[in-house]
Design a protein around this ligand. Structure first.
Ligand SMILES: Cc1cc2nc3c(=O)[nH]c(=O)nc-3n(C[C@H](O)[C@H](O)[C@H](O)COP(=O)(O)OP(=O)(O)OC[C@H]3O[C@@H](n4cnc5c(N)ncnc54)[C@H](O)[C@@H]3O)c2cc1C
Length: 498
């Protein structure tokens, strides 16, 4: 397993990252990424820490010591231990990094038993499992086409969407862009495929040149990252932006500019059915929702703590409506944590003897999760109300002797001094209202696919698994118990006329 130091060194590999009109040199030294890189390095160090290592790691069936979620789980107990390992990492970031390395482990771990699905490319899949588990590789993924020409057939947008441009003995060449590769500047490799929404638009006989699943190293030839603004770079100080300054996982548009992908990195080649099917077949969906739910439960712990401390500072914590708001956040946290427990305690059979969270529970958690943060924001807006805007422009005001006595007098909180209050509300601001916070709200709503697709998937899987037949049958059972003459069966029973 990589240590933090080795992880940081591994990112200095000549990858092509563009930021603010310039090509980034060593990403771990760049002000847009440096502190976030250190945060991820801290996760790697925790794997080796005697205090956290035992809970975080296990030895897989190949003999690799690895993070528990990077190995497949073969029992409910192993899946629960993996959930708890996810939580240990998430507590290090207070739930504020959505794409820590364990996110994509939801997929990579299943390649151990699921490599045969990829047919002639199965050995590639198994090799990537070995690399992922042995090093605890940090992978990002891109599944979504760029937001343009959505009403057209995919093949008619080949100028922008990722498609095949050629092959030779060594590999394939692809061009096109994907939205968006969260955290990719700090990862080792990107996994390229389609999600359920995009897959629904693909057809055999038409879309073969886009029916590709492959992995590229971040320094692969022709792979470019074009980054959004960095909130870490914009952060004036840790005091002013305590979350943005260390947890900003830059979302980048990834461009494949006639990029070369060696055959050993190809998993699906010109095969529409396999490109559409890998998602369900792998158990990725079941497992990523366990990771995401665990993360969100940790983030909600943090949100509840923030609202508790914020309302205490305002002196409103004894009011009934304010208490109800805190209670609601805690209830959301408990509901999501309980869903993770259901996912690990009642799993279903996965590929090759593995167990994965039950599909329907994972689908329900996905929908519940993506609508939770919006409610948290509403509660903060209503019950902490304007308190976070009662602040100073930056930490420099606190360091100004001429101004400090005024701040000390008028910015104190209930039971805390002005510096502690300003510090607390700068944290609230960064969590709920800063540009970093706005991006988080957008992330929480969209990271798992668009809202309609999330609902359609719940229905589709309920149909596929017979749940809707059972539901219809229950209503038919009720309907069959009466007719225009009253109760069916025993006409002596009370009827509608009686
Ligand atoms: C902060 C952030 C980070 C992200 N990180 C990643 C990442 O790391 N990897 C990744 O792969 N993706 C990532 N995404 C992308 C994310 O997966 C998508 O935003 C999400 O799947 C929704 O897709 P969309 O934005 O294209 O919205 P759309 O799918 O375009 O949805 C918007 C609306 O248009 C409708 N619509 C769109 N197309 C059709 C159609 N053909 N027919 C009918 N209705 C249609 C939808 O139903 C919906 O009502 C990220 C997004 C954000 C905001």
């Amino acid at each position: 397993m990589l240590t933090g130091e080795k992880y940081l060194a591994s990112l200095d590999d000549g990858r092509e990252i563009w930021y603010d009109g310039e090509r980034v040199g060593n990403v771990v030294e760049h002000p847009a990424f440096a502190v976030a890189a250190q945060t991820v390095a801290g996760l790697y160090d925790a794997l080796h820490d005697p205090d956290t290592g035992p809970e975080l790691t296990t030895v897989d069936r190949f003999g690799h010591r690895t993070h528990r979620f990077f190995a497949p789980s073969y029992s409910a107990e192993e899946l629960r231990a993996a959930r708890d390992a996810i939580a240990v990492w998430q507590r290090q970031t207070f739930g504020w990094m959505g794409r820590t390395p364990d996110y994509k482990a939801a997929f990579m771990a299943q390649l151990a038993e699921g490599h045969a699905y990829y047919g002639e490319y199965g050995s590639n899949a198994l090799d990537w499992y070995q690399r992922s588990a042995a090093d605890v590789l940090f992978m990002n993924h891109v599944l979504i086409d760029p937001p343009v020409d959505r009403a057209k057939e995919r093949m008619d947008v080949r100028d922008v969407y990722v498609s095949l441009r050629g092959t030779d003995d060594n590999g394939i060449r692809v061009s096109g862009a994907k939205m968006v590769a969260t955290g990719s500047a700090l990862t080792h490799a990107t996994f390229v495929a389609v999600n359920s929404g995009v897959a629904a638009r693909m057809q055999p006989g038409r879309d073969e040149d886009m029916a590709l699943v492959f992995i590229t190293e971040m320094n692969g030839p022709g792979v470019k990252l074009i980054c959004r603004p960095s909130y870490e770079a914009a952060a004036a100080s840790p005091f002013d932006a305590p979350l943005a300054s260390r947890f900003d996982e830059n979302d980048s548009v990834i461009v494949f500019d006639d990029a070369f992908v060696p055959w050993e990195n190809v998993l699906v080649f010109r095969d529409v059915e396999r490109a559409k099917g890998f998602y369900a077949e792998s158990g990725f969906f079941n497992r990523y929702n366990l990771q995401a739910s665990t993360r969100l439960a940790v983030k909600l712990d943090f949100a509840a703590g923030l609202l508790l401390k914020g309302t205490e500072a305002s002196g409103t914590d004894g009011f009934r409506a304010v208490q109800a708001a805190v209670g609601e956040i805690i209830a959301m946290r408990e509901t999501i944590w309980a869903m993770t427990t259901a996912m690990v305690a009642e799993p279903e059979a996965g590929i090759g003897g593995t167990v994965v969270p039950r599909l329907q529970t994972a689908a329900a958690a996905r929908l519940f999760n993506t609508n939770t943060w919006d409610r948290v924001r509403q509660l903060f807006e209503c019950y902490l109300a304007g308190a976070p805007i009662y602040t100073v422009s930056s930490v420099k005001d606190l360091r100004t002797p001429e101004l400090r006595p005024t701040i000390d007098r008028y910015f104190r909180g209930t039971g805390i001094d002005a510096e502690a209050r300003v510090k607390l509300f700068k944290l609230v601001w960064d969590a709920l209202y800063s540009e970093f916070a706005g991006r988080h709200a957008l992330y929480e709503r969209n990271y798992a696919g668009n809202q309609e697709q999330q609902r359609l998937d719940v229905l589709g899987w309920a149909e596929a698994r017979g749940d809707t037949d059972r539901m219809r049958a229950m209503v038919d059972d009720c309907l069959s118990g009466y007719d225009t003459l009253g109760w069916v069966g025993d006409r002596d029973e009370p009827s509608s006329e009686s």
